[in-house]
Design a protein around this ligand. Structure first.
Ligand code: AMP
Ligand code: ZN
Length: 115
C-alpha cells in the first residue's frame, strides 16, 4: 500500500491534474488518455481491486458513480454519453493495484468493448 502510486497521488506526493476531490473520493486526469476526456475516479481508501471489496465498500462505490455523473456534467459529456471501465486483475488488464474507474468520453467510442 505504501508504494501504491495512486495513494501517492491522493497524498499529493505525486502530481496529478485533479478534477474532483472530497473526503472519500479523488478524480484526476489519466496521464495517458485514450479519448478527449479520460479521468480516473478512485476511493481514497486503498482497495486493491474490485474483487477485494469489504463489507460496507458498496457505499463508496455508489458515491463514485454519483461523482462520475457530476464530472460528466462538468466535462460536457453528460448528455452525449461516455463509458466507465473498471479493469480487475491480470486478465482484466489492471496495471495499477488501487481500485479505479476510468471515465472515458468526448468522442464517439467504438462498439467493441474489448479486444
Ligand atoms: P489500469 O490498466 O486499469 O490499471 O489503468 C491504469 C491507468 O492509470 C492507465 O490508464 C494509466 O495511464 C494511468 N496512470 C498511471 N500512472 C498515472 C499517473 N501518475 N497519473 C495519472 N494516470 C496514471
Ligand atoms: Zn493505493
Amino acid at each position: 500500500m505504501n508504494d501504491c502510486i495512486f495513494c501517492k497521488i491522493i497524498n499529493k506526493e505525486i502530481p496529478s491534474t485533479i478534477v474532483y476531490e472530497d473526503e472519500e473520493i479523488l478524480a484526476f486526469r489519466d496521464i495517458n488518455p485514450v479519448a478527449p476526456v479520460h479521468i480516473l475516479v478512485i476511493p481514497k481508501k486503498h482497495i486493491s481491486k474490485l474483487t477485494e471489496l469489504s463489507d460496507g465498500d458498496e457505499i463508496i462505490i455508489g458515491k463514485i458513480y454519483k461523482v462520475i455523473n457530476k464530472i460528466a456534467k462538468d466535462e460536457n459529456i453528460f448528455d452525449k454519453g461516455f463509458r466507465v471501465i473498471v479493469n480487475c486483475g491480470e486478465d482484466g488488464g489492471q496495471e495499477v493495484g488501487h481500485l479505479h474507474f476510468h471515465l472515458i468520453g468526448g468522442k464517439k467510442l467504438g462498439t467493441k468493448i474489448c479486444e
